[in-house]
Design a protein around this ligand. Structure first.
Ligand code: UTP
Length: 289
């Protein structure tokens, strides 16, 4: 039987400690690149890739996310009364973007544990996972590039990108064989290896397509430091039983959950904006760096 990927899970229950104090009372996923929250970029990527329904895994102090994707009667009415049609349509468009539901992760016990909270939503279908602080800027949505590969092999697919030098040790890294241009069959994966121990320069980035058997693999994964269940550990368990593929995604990735990554993304996104880019470029040129 051949399955389509129709559902997506967006884990957004982490504490965002790398971005404190901004994330003390505000979800990291609501940080904005120019004028759009990170999570909206990722919801749009999912929808543009053909996803029909999404679940966002939230935690305490994350209600801003639900409000963002909801109708805002008072705001919409005021905008209409004032004749601000264009911005009204933009605001309403966010509420109509997709079918979104929410589930809570009561404690931030790791990405594997966050994904597990979506078990009832997923039921028995393959599903995508998109990390909202990984922004991938590409002409074909990153997830769409992966779905094409999933549809061919009907096996889990993870996104990978080449990372040079020392930086590789901040990622999960795959040991894999390239079986078609930019498509790899995975032999093994390691979480945050030293440069010397890294099996390749192919880092795992925040997009995955899983089959429902990942939930069983998460159940049998022993929690690591701080009681957290790492998704890489669960994937390694499952790798013993089934094939896993990786796609070298074509695009630019920004780690927007990190202060430096966020600043770079902000500058790049602002420079590309038709309404702001030119003025912003001129302004940057005046800075005495
Ligand atoms: P990160 O490690 O980037 O997020 O997890 P974090 O833990 O919030 O951030 P730092 O490292 O403390 O700054 C990637 C994604 O997984 C979610 C996060 O919200 C983020 O979108 N996540 C992580 C959960 O939903 N639950 C968790 O227990 C951990």
């Amino acid at each position: 039987m051949s399955f389509k990927v129709r559902k997506a899970v967006l884990p957004a229950a982490g504490l965002g400690t790398r971005f404190l104090p901004a994330t003390k009372a505000m979800p990291k996923e609501m940080l904005t690149l120019v004028d759009k929250p990170l999570i909206q970029y990722v919801v749009e990527e999912a929808v543009d890739s053909g996803i029909e329904s999404l679940v966002i895994v939230t935690g305490r102090d994350k209600s801003a996310i639900e409000n963002h994707f909801d109708i805002s009667y008072e705001l919409e009415q005021t905008l209409q009364e004032r004749g601000k049609t264009e911005i009204f349509e933009q605001v309403r468009g966010v509420a109509d973007i997709a079918k979104i539901s929410y589930t809570r992760q009561k404690q931030p016990l790791g990405l594997g544990h966050a994904i597990y909270q979506a078990k009832d939503f997923v039921e028995s279908e393959p599903f995508a996972v998109l990390l909202p602080d990984d922004i991938i800027d590409s002409s074909t949505p990153a997830l769409k590039q992966m779905i094409e590969v999933f549809e061919k092999y009907q096996s889990p697919v993870i996104a990978t990108m080449q990372v040079e030098g020392e930086a590789i040790s901040r990622f999960g890294v795959i040991d894999a064989e390239e079986i078609a241009p930019n498509v790899f069959k995975i032999r093994d994966m390691v979480e945050k290896p030293s440069v010397a121990d890294a099996p390749s320069d192919l880092a795992i980035v925040g997009r995955y397509i899983f089959t429902p058997d990942i939930f069983r693999a998460i159940e049998t994964t022993t929690p690591g430091a701080g009681g957290e269940i790492q998704i890489t550990d669960a994937m390694r368990n499952l790798l013993k039983e089934r094939d896993f593929y990786a796609v070298r995604v074509d695009g630019v990735r920004h780690d927007a959950g990190d202060k430096f990554g966020f600043l770079k993304a902000t500058v790049e996104f602002a420079l590309k904006r038709a309404d702001l880019g030119e003025e912003f470029r001129d302004y940057l040129r005046t800075l005495k760096l």
